[in-house]
Write a protein that binds this ligand. Structure first.
Ligand code: CAA
Length: 398
């Protein structure tokens, strides 16, 4: 594996870094304080094409390779993790099923509008009784006239309650997981495209969160929401495997988000330690400080390598479809997310320690970084679920 970024990736990194520092970073603290969805920043990101970074050029997307997608998310996360979360939820998990399993008509209808930012995407799986146990969803999708199933133009009636839907309040298009029969567990899970003006869809409360406060996570209520069968993605019962693949993809980006947050905490800490005088010298001259900085930077580099490895493997498998039938990057994605998210929590906590009393104040960004880091250990699969996935993969393959 080549560990150097390509010339194009380095150029992209410079471009997105400059954009993030100018257009995103100055607003991060206020967005966090006000828990305000970063609609204006997303419009600017859309103008640069980044909302379509995972969408193919055929549908007017940027079609970035997976390492480049990680670079984008890392740089935006350094500036504002909430904005990066909205972007990743839209670009990756929000469009995955449509990109990979949508019909040609569905893709033509929606992908160009999602790439341009005319539409914002949301992926909705989690429910009060289905978090880690994703197969336990209770939102049902019943054929409207079950007696008349030979009719191709039937509709489904969706009923249920979703929580934590990222971008839910502002989304124009929701990829929804429902079950055609709860008794079938994962074999009943089915995916639907739901437009925001669908009758019977109600937006509920937004979650009041510790971190990622500018990302909206809201409840969605479906009460006999009528959805035409044309909006089904894939076939009935295929949804669970599509969701697992979508999570494999998006977990790599959550890992990139985690190291963006951690890198920012480290950079701020280095700057602080080089300028903070105690006992007559900069605290960076104390070995206790140096050892902390050395450990922080080492694990961060290791995490970035795990992330790039997972991203490179993902593209390699996708580009060589036939030789790789059945091969997955599930383990590598889970490893990247597990390692990166746990170290992000540790590094941001250590950054507060290095900043001393100032680190604990809302006036300084490190406390926000610590709050933002924590959820990367929880969402899109907790660390416990990542360990379970990694263990299952190594036991399955050896
Ligand atoms: N790719 C393809 N297929 C997969 C797969 C993958 N990565 N993982 C599992 N499958 C297949 C299995 O092979 C199995 O197939 P068969 O029926 O043919 O045997 C099927 O899916 C069921 O798999 P499991 O038996 O492993 O299923 P399980 O019920 O034990 O659950 C789990 C596995 C890993 C725990 C899964 O439920 C999981 O990932 N849970 C965490 C859910 C999660 O991450 N939620 C976050 C939601 S999104 C979010 O947080 C925020 C947002 O808004 C964006």
């Amino acid at each position: 594996m080549n560990f150097n970024l390509t010339k194009e990736q380095l150029e992209l990194q410079a471009r997105i870094r400059a954009f993030a520092q100018k257009e995103v970073a100055p607003y991060a603290a206020q967005l966090d304080r006000e828990a305000k969805f970063p609609a204006d920043i997303l419009k600017k990101l859309a103008a640069q094409g980044y909302l379509g970074m995972c969408i193919s050029k055929e549908y007017n997307g940027l079609e970035l390779d997976s390492i480049s997608q990680c670079i984008v998310i890392e740089e935006i996360s350094k500036a504002c993790a909430s904005t990066a979360c909205c972007l990743a939820a839209h670009a990756s998990i929000g469009t995955f099923a449509l990109r990979n399993y949508g019909t040609s008509a569905q893709k033509q209808e929606y992908l160009p509008r999602l790439a341009s930012g005319e539409m914002i995407a949301c992926f909705s799986l989690t429910e009060p009784n289905a978090g880690s146990d994703a197969a336990n969803i209770e939102t049902t999708a019943r054929k409207e006239n079950s007696a008349n199933t030979n009719d191709k133009n039937f509709s489904y009636l969706i009923n249920g309650h979703k929580i934590f839907a990222t971008n839910g309040r502002d989304a124009d298009l929701i990829t929804l997981a429902a079950t055609v029969n709860p008794e079938l567990k994962h074999k009943g899970v089915t995916l639907f495209l739901i437009e925001k003006n669908t009758q019977g869809l109600k937006i509920g409360k937004s979650a009041d969160k510790l971190g990622l406060r500018a990302t909206d996570n809201c409840e969605l209520f479906f009460e006999n929401a009528k959805v035409p069968s044309d909006n089904l993605i894939g076939n009935e019962g295929e949804g669970f495997k599509i969701i697992m693949q979508a999570l494999d993809e998006s977990r790599i980006l959550i890992a990139a988000q985690a190291i963006g947050i951690a890198q920012q905490a480290l950079d701020l800490s280095i700057n602080h330690c080089k300028n903070r005088m105690q006992f007559g010298k900069n605290i960076s001259e104390f070995q206790a400080t140096q050892f902390k900085l050395a450990d922080m930077t080492t694990v961060l580099e290791a995490a970035r390598m795990l992330i790039y490895k997972a991203a490179a493997l993902k593209d390699e498998l996708a580009n060589n479809k036939h030789g790789n039938a059945g091969k997955r990057f599930t383990k590598e994605a889970a490893q990247a997310k597990l390692f990166a998210s746990e170290l992000a929590s540790k590094i941001t906590t250590e950054a507060i320690q290095l900043h001393g009393g100032k680190g604990y104040l809302r006036d300084y960004p490190v406390e926000r970084l610590m709050r933002d880091a924590k959820v990367t250990e929880i969402y899109e699969g907790t660390s416990e679920i990542q360990r379970l996935v990694i263990a299952r993969e190594i036991l399955r393959n050896q």
